[in-house]
Every structure is written in structure tokens, then in C-alpha cells.
Ligand binder design. Structure first.
Ligand SMILES: [Zn+2]
Length: 263
């Protein structure tokens, strides 16, 4: 009787996730923000970094060469979980992931999610040691410039071992639990690695502590949805996020102006 109970705990359907390479995880996220995830404001262009136009142009060029791209910014309907601001769907999924992790004996926490371009600017400038190309590239190894962080969208979460640092997360049993079987435990709750290994031009070096929420349905669908340019969560063709639907262009502009220009 006990054996029978154990054997039926997991349904075969629940386990049906494709296996992804690092580059495919990257494609999944890019597709999700372009076609599927709601409450995102498309980027308006390069934002100031240092305030010096010539230096900023060089910083942007070096960042672009590393693979940094303009990212959308969260719209006005942010939620939160554990006191950390993030998109509502990511918050709900994190609570479920957290409970599954606790049940398996893992206690990692979410320490950062949504971050505004202004906060990103302050962080990057505080890490920039000089203005040589080498100094700029060194800062970009770990820190995005304003406008290029996945944290702007509110679907990226940084995890941290309950009594450790980001840098140590890779070596923890918590990470091993998330990453086993091509990140099965993350995928079950709609999360995938944000900056995985084996991707050469993605901006920063691999960041094993950062995960992005793209939804379980998209992870199940995978490359066919990416190649079709649409997917299970898309409300309509054309790639606009659902929050835009029903707003005319002027209403959209009025609503978004305060958030689209950060100074
Ligand atoms: Zn992060």
C-alpha cells in the first residue's frame, strides 16, 4: 500500500518539461518579455549612466558588445513577496517555490527583485573604478547599467542562501536542488536561470543566483512557441503585452510617461 502511494505521488504529465541549453533559456526569457509577460513598458532608448555624454556613449558601446540589451521596465501594478517588490505572478510563484523548497529542507531567500533604472544607475556608478575601457568592462562583469537590467521588469529574482552571499549560492545544496535535472524544481514553478552557464554574450558573467519567472506553460511549450513568436500566455498577436490591450496610443502614453523617463 505504501509503495503504491509513493508511485503515484508525481504524475508523468507534471514532469514533461523540455531540456534547455543556456542559449535556449536566454531565448525563452527574451521571448517572454516580448510576447507574453504583462505589465511591462518597452524601453525608450539609452539612459544616462555617468552624466558625461562621451563617457556614457563608451559605456553603452562596451555594454552592448558584452551582450547587454535594453530591457522593459515594470508598469504600475507591482506586487511583492516577503517584503520585496516584484511582479504579482512572480510573487505568487515564489511563494509556492519557497514552500516546496522549505518542505525539501532548503531555506534560501529572495533578496532582490524589481529594481528601478535609477537604483541601477546608483549601483553601477558605485562599482565603477575609473573610466578606462578595462575599468568599465570590469564593472559590467557583475553590474548592469540603467536600462539593461532584467530586474527592471520585476520578473527577475536574486536568491541568497539564508546565511550566505550571492557568490556562495552556487556551492550550496539549495542551488543544487534548484538546478538538478536541468532546473526541474525551478521550472515546476515557472522559473528558469537568468544568466546561465555557456552563454558567451549575455551581459554579465553567469549569475547562478538570479532566476527569472516566465511561467510554467511557456517552459512546457519551449522552442516551438519561441519560433512561432507567440505562446500559451499571449492574449493577441503582435507582441504587445496584455496590459496594453484596450488602451489607445494616447492613453498609453499618458499612463506611462512618469515611468518611462527616469532622468
Ligand atoms: Zn540579480
Amino acid at each position: 500500500m505504501v509503495l503504491a502511494t509513493v508511485a503515484t505521488t508525481e504524475s508523468p504529465v507534471e514532469e514533461a518539461f523540455p531540456t534547455y541549453t543556456g542559449d535556449e533559456f536566454k531565448l525563452l526569457y527574451d521571448h517572454a518579455v516580448r510576447h507574453e509577460l504583462p505589465n511591462l513598458i518597452p524601453p525608450s532608448g539609452r539612459l544616462p549612466v555617468s552624466g558625461d555624454p562621451d563617457l556614457d556613449e563608451r559605456i553603452w558601446d562596451i555594454a552592448t558588445a558584452r551582450g547587454y540589451v535594453l530591457r522593459p521596465v515594470a508598469g504600475p501594478d507591482l506586487g511583492s513577496a516577503d517584503g520585496v517588490p516584484m511582479q504579482p505572478q512572480a510573487a505568487a510563484a515564489w511563494v509556492e517555490l519557497r514552500e516546496a523548497a522549505r518542505a525539501a529542507g532548503h531555506r534560501f531567500v529572495v533578496s532582490s527583485a524589481y529594481r528601478s533604472p535609477d537604483s541601477q544607475r546608483i549601483q553601477f556608478n558605485s562599482k565603477l573604478r575609473g573610466t578606462s575601457d578595462e575599468a568599465i568592462d570590469a564593472a559590467l562583469t557583475w553590474y548592469s547599467i540603467p536600462g539593461t537590467s532584467k530586474h527592471h521588469g520585476g520578473y527577475a529574482l536574486d536568491f541568497r542562501y539564508s546565511d550566505g552571499t550571492f557568490g556562495e549560492f552556487r556551492q550550496t545544496p539549495d542551488y543544487a536542488w534548484l538546478a538538478a535535472d536541468n532546473f526541474l524544481n525551478a521550472k515546476r514553478y515557472g522559473f528558469i536561470p537568468s544568466y546561465p552557464d555557456d552563454v558567451t554574450t549575455q551581459g554579465p558573467n553567469p549569475e547562478p543566483w538570479e532566476f527569472v519567472w516566465v511561467g510554467v506553460d511557456l517552459i512546457r511549450c519551449g522552442m516551438p512557441c519561441v519560433e512561432a513568436g507567440s505562446g500559451p500566455m499571449a492574449r493577441h498577436p503582435g507582441g504587445e503585452s496584455p496590459v496594453e490591450f484596450g488602451l489607445d496610443r494616447d492613453a498609453r502614453r499618458r499612463r506611462w510617461r512618469p515611468l518611462a523617463f527616469i532622468g
